[in-house]
Design a protein around this ligand. Structure first.
Ligand code: WT7
Length: 652
């Protein structure tokens, strides 16, 4: 029998388009939106549940509770289940200190250490539901303590080690922590950060604190107050090898993380157990496509949400190997990070635009002699990445061979909201756009009246449906939760960012629409800075704006009016800067201080923010974007001219 013609172009099959753009992603996205409960129930098999849930979602706006009735423990998910598998001797963390010290922790090591820390916490009197404030440098103990808290059902409240004593005290008091965990110190740019000393200052302002448990890390002599202080090591008992994990409700809180908003006081963002953990782990898979053997490095400090979700919980829940580095990116030299990537063979690298801009400014020679060819995917977070920076990152770090995963999300969202889904399907990227929403995320662009904006139009980004990583509440302040996120556009979660969706459905995140500024990706509220500033005896009024900065993204500009008879001077300026650093921390250091006779205000007494911004940034008043403003143009222009004149005359 003769075979039919071999000419493949001659067949009777119907013609089909074999190129299905976005098909896999779109199918998944659609399913997540149309059948969210079935979709998330399927995803939730990623975790091992002690007890299955009765209800996938209980949506009682503005409160969403996921996997109601389900029980699990976050430390079991991140540690025990790997310890009991072939991953037992897999590396969980390659840690490198700034001094060059290294530690390698396998999942077995994690298991033993987390149990030991959990036992120590219990001995210290910590129990389920207690809040534990953690103020540690980027050392493995930070991860161990978080997981130990999770193991016994305590709620950790990690404070970034760059915050000041006052900032610690505020957070300890608001969270009503009875215990603070810290270390003797940490290393930063070759110096010792005196963490214990800072905590000692803080404790003077925290009447509720009973104990300060200290991890010995830096060898220097730190003060020790036997009434409150204990060495953590004295509570570690090598004979106790197992602490039974507390079986938690999926909806029980896992941690508090303070973040700045539009109020003068930071808000304690409360995250849950089941939904949060699942959302962090799934979004990590979707955005970054990690393989079992991947070496993952998220450079964010664990003291921020990026470090919580993608430095600790997601990679450990997935049983991955991570790199953790303690120190500064440019210490002892500008190539430190590239050396780390080369040394550990990092495959997926997740960092911030501000860091990339710093490297860009210092020249690609620092990368030229390093082998970064192991890299497969590169990520970015914290603020929008400008297209030039995107291109540089792509070219010099990724050798034009790695997708750039720009992830838009927030402390409150728990995990990525908008980011390329490399782990679902590759699709074209646009430099500067975070691309498309994650499955289950339903964002919209709204105009000031709450109507949906047309493609190409800038408006406020809001989220229409709850998602598993969504915050549970603002700790101790449901009113603030309602008001901050749910009152601007009733029925929607208001993220507080400007955004635009283009004709292709790609999302462009355009910065904060509220009084939050981003300095090196760190979120700082103008109200908080102003509140701290008027706490200074010589200051009458203060207002803060930002100006663009090539490396930091935004820099702080402080406008102050002094009390009667106080003469502005260079000394006074230094004094005010110092005051902000001690009230908040080094992140709050202003770039400029401008002494003025009066601040620009509307007739109703509100500070004209856009006037401040126009003067601070040196751009004309006409170019200042605003969507929400009722002041007349003449009033604004006049106030602008006055302030500009005052600014040029200020003491330098
Ligand atoms: C704010 C949230 C989420 C982890 C780090 C910061 C800005 C964050 C992006 C991005 C444009 C971004 C937003 C957001 N932001 N990532 N990829 N593109 N803007 O967390 O301190 O809670 O700050 O950071 O303005 O609202 P955060």
């Amino acid at each position: 029998m003769a075979f039919a013609s071999k000419d493949v172009t001659k067949h009777n099959l119907p013609t089909r388009n074999y190129f299905w753009p976005l098909k896999r992603y779109q199918d998944m996205y659609q399913r997540a939106l149309t059948e969210p409960k079935a979709f998330w129930a399927e995803q939730a098999t990623l975790l091992d549940w002690d007890k299955p849930w009765q209800k996938v979602l209980d949506w009682n706006p503005p409160y969403a509770r996921w996997f109601v009735g389900g029980r699990l423990n976050a430390s079991t998910q991140c540690v025990d289940r790997h310890f009991k598998s072939w991953r037992k001797n897999k590396v969980a963390i390659y840690w490198e200190g700034e001094t060059g010290a290294t530690r390698t922790l396998s999942y077995a090591d994690l298991y033993h250490e987390v149990n030991a820390y959990a036992a120590a916490l219990k001995k210290l009197g910590v129990g389920k539901g207690d809040r534990v404030t953690v103020y540690l440098p980027m050392i493995p103990e930070l991860v161990l303590v978080m997981l130990a808290c999770a193991r016994i059902g305590a709620i950790h409240n990690v404070i970034f080690a760059g915050f000041s004593a006052q900032a610690i005290a505020d957070r300890v008091n608001d969270s009503q922590s009875k215990i603070i965990i810290t270390s003797t110190g940490g290393y930063r740019r070759g110096k010792i950060l005196q963490l214990k000393e800072i905590v000692d200052e803080a404790v003077k302002m925290t009447p509720g604190v009973e104990k300060v448990a200290v991890v010995k890390y830096t060898g220097h002599d730190a003060a020790f107050n036997p009434e409150k202080d204990v060495w953590f090591a004295d509570y570690m008992d090598s004979s106790c090898s197992y602490v039974k994990p507390e079986s938690m409700e999926a909806t029980d809180p896992l941690f508090i993380l303070y973040t700045s908003g539009t109020t003068g006081k930071p808000k304690g963002i409360l995250h849950g157990t089941g939904g949060y953990l699942l959302y962090a782990a799934k979004t990590m898979q979707w955005a970054f496509n990690p393989k079992e053997e991947s070496i993952w490095w998220c450079t964010a400090d664990v003291g921020w949400i990026t470090g919580h979700s993608y430095g600790v919980y997601a990679p450990l829940a997935l049983g991955l190997t991570s790199v953790m580095y303690e120190g500064a990116p440019d210490y002892p030299a500008m190539d430190r990070w590239w050396r780390i990537i080369e040394k550990y063979g990092v495959n997926i690298f997740y960092t911030s635009p501000t860091a990339i801009r710093m490297f860009m400014r210092n020249g690609e020679e620092w990368l030229a002699n390093r082998d970064l060819s192991t890299l497969q995917v590169l990520g970015s977070v914290g603020e929008a990445i400008n297209p030039e920076v995107w291109e540089w990152y792509c070219k010099y770090v990724g050798y034009e061979n790695c997708p750039i995963v720009d992830t838009w999300w927030q402390t409150e969202t728990g995990g990525f909201m908008i980011a390329p889904c490399v782990g679902i399907q590759s699709y074209p990227l646009k430099p500067g756009s975070a691309t498309l929403p994650m499955p289950g995320i339903d964002p919209v662009v709204l105009d000031p009246d709450g109507n949906e904006s047309a493609p190409g139009k800038t408006g406020f980004i809001a989220i229409r449906k709850p998602w598993p990583g969504m915050l549970l509440d603002v700790y101790g302040s449901p009113e603030l939760y309602q008001q901050t996120y749910w009152s601007r556009f009733p029925g929607y979660y208001a993220a507080g960012d400007y955004s635009m969706k283009d004709q292709d459905g790609y999302w462009w995140l355009l910065g904060r629409a509220d009084e939050v500024i981003k300095v090196s990706g760190h979120r700082i509220s103008t109200a908080e800075l102003e509140h701290a500033m008027v706490g200074h005896a010589m200051v009458a009024e203060a207002a803060v704006a930002s100006k663009p900065d090539d490396v930091k993204g935004e820099a702080i500009v402080l406008f102050v009016t002094m009390r009667k008879d106080v003469e502005p001077s260079g000394e006074l300026k230094k004094e005010l800067i110092k005051h902000l650093r001690t009230s908040i921390g080094a992140v709050a250091t202003p770039e400029e201080v401008i002494f003025v006779e009066k601040l620009p205000k509307t007739r109703s007494g509100k500070i004209m923010r856009r006037v401040l911004k126009a003067v601070a940034s040196g751009i004309g008043i006409g170019d200042v974007t605003t969507l929400d403003d009722q002041t007349s143009v003449e009033e604004v222009v006049q106030a602008y001219e006055e302030l500009k004149a005052a600014a040029t005359k200020t003491v330098r």
